[in-house]
Design a protein around this ligand. Structure first.
Ligand code: SAH
Ligand code: SF4
Ligand code: F3S
Length: 440
């Protein structure tokens, strides 16, 4: 049977699709890249904002049209499977629903799809059992989905228990669990031996990794020690948990990339408190300053939510102000989207109008564009070591890669190959990309 997997949402989902892919191929299924040839279409979904769910619902409607022509099975995986459960079968006509901790059941679900006596939904099934708090798919080496063969994702933990008041993740992904350290190292070694040169260690809050007294700083140094030619990155850090030990570890290994994604969400203490982020603006800035002094030229990026419940004009300006103060190289910016069942949806009123949210969003996007441009212009004339990831999509005669700060650099293809390191001098830039030339 041919299975096509389509992935939405965060990097954890990309990594999870690889777990599902591995389980399926080990059981005789074939993964394919052309949806037209599929017997089974699995959609790995995201619930983080309303528009993420809407996109998938529209996609299901499109696929249902395809289903009327061909006999195909449509399955929903991921966070929407956890949140919407039977609703997806009853109201959206999908055939199976499989939650994030139930992927070991995926082959049975597909095989039994035509048997009326079998369940079509397995997530509520598992959440009542132990699985939800222990499953880490530890013994499974995921397929690197849609990979360029150079950069890979490795999940080191699952779930999240931070309960930021706006966020669905603790409800869709369950309790926080750390994966066995030895299996993580084995997987990273395997990837290096197979030509991968950059690994991103993944978790919703990697700083709270803990496995038999191995903390995240210990783990990342072990991964970095595999080979100096293997770059290591990680995502995401919660500002409340980023430790001095981790900052010093990043500083002391050349191959741990000098880029930290530290989502601030808001620059206002009142909003941060309502968001239940557990840090103040001052504490956040302390961490940033520590990073800036301990890791010179560290890339800094963030996530920002505008228009959260009760965000006044002054609160919003505090966000613009902290962005200027940190001078982020990059940011992911969102308008607040109320999610049912979260603390915020129960306790606070979603009182900023969609129009106002959009205006604020436009303002942060414009400010970030300026900050990114300034940061990139600062790099003109500098030389960076770049790991080549492949041919540039926009200009086929050019290659692209990233420097340790995670900035994309485009340069002329002089017969080099992906997976190689090359020294590039930056000659020009846009707000999104550096442009350079090979120096060695
Ligand atoms: N675990 C990561 C974030 C995962 S979600 C962390 O805590 O950093 C990615 C981003 O989506 C969040 O950082 C936040 O900026 C945004 N987000 C989460 N819930 C949201 C909501 N209800 N509305 C708008 N943006 C949201
Ligand atoms: Fe959501 Fe907060 Fe957990 Fe991130 S840390 S996944 S924002 S609850
Ligand atoms: Fe989305 Fe779930 Fe990731 S809600 S952001 S796919 S953890």
């Amino acid at each position: 049977m041919n299975v096509y997997i389509e992935t939405y949402g965060c990097q954890m989902n990309v990594s999870d699709s690889g777990i599902v892919g591995k389980i399926l191929t080990d059981n005789g299924f074939t993964l394919i890249n052309r949806i037209e040839e599929a017997n089974v279409i699995l959609i790995n979904t995201c619930s983080i904002r309303d528009n993420a769910e809407k996109k998938v619902k529209n996609r299901i409607t499109e696929l249902n049209a395809l289903k009327r022509k061909n006999k195909i099975v449509i399955g929903i995986l991921g966070c929407m499977a956890e949140r919407l459960k039977e609703d997806l079968i009853e109201n959206y006509g999908v055939d199976i629903v499989c939650g994030v901790d139930s992927y070991r059941k995926i082959t049975d679900l597909i095989m039994d799809v035509n048997n009326p006596n079998y369940k079509k939904v397995v997530n509520d099934y598992f959440s009542s059992s132990q699985i939800h708090s222990i499953e880490t798919y530890d013994d499974i080496t995921p397929i690197q989905m849609d990979s360029n063969g150079v950069t890979a994702f490795v999940s080191i933990m699952r779930g999240c228990e931070n309960f930021c008041s706006y966020c669905v993740v603790p409800y869709t992904r369950g309790k926080e669990r750390s994966r066995n350290r030895n299996n993580i190292i084995k997987e990273c070694e395997y990837l290096f031996e197979n030509g991968y040169r950059e690994i991103t260690l993944l978790g919703q809050n990697v700083n709270s990794y803990n496995y038999n007294d191995t903390d995240f700083a210990d783990l990342i140094s072990k991964v970095a020690a595999i080979n100096p030619l293997l770059r290591v990155r990680f995502a995401t850090s919660h500002p409340k948990d980023i430790s001095d030990k981790l900052i010093l570890t990043i500083a002391s290994y050349k191959n741990i990339c000098k880029a930290i994604h530290l989502p601030v969400q808001s620059g206002s203490n009142a909003v941060l408190k309502r968001m239940n982020r557990k840090y103040t603006r001052e504490q956040y800035m302390e961490k940033i300053n520590k990073i800036k002094t301990s890791i010179p030229n560290c890339g800094l990026s963030t996530d920002i939510i505008v228009g959260f419940c009760g965000e006044t004009q002054t609160d919003f300006e505090d966000t613009l102000c902290i962005m200027r103060e940190v001078k982020y190289d990059y940011a992911f910016m969102f308008a607040y989207s109320e999610r049912s069942d979260t603390f915020a949806s129960k306790k606070y009123i979603d009182d900023i109008s969609p129009l106002e949210k959009n205006e604020r969003l436009t303002k942060v996007i414009n400010l970030q564009r300026e900050l990114s441009l300034t940061s990139n212009k600062n790099d003109i004339g500098k030389e960076f070591e770049v790991l080549i990831e492949g041919v540039s999509k926009r200009s086929p005669d050019k290659l692209f890669g990233r420097n340790t700060q995670n900035k994309v650099i485009i340069f002329d293809n002089k017969g080099l190959n992906k997976g190689e390191y090359v020294k590039i001098k930056v000659t020009d830039c846009t707000s999104a990309t550096l442009i350079g030339e090979v120096t060695v």
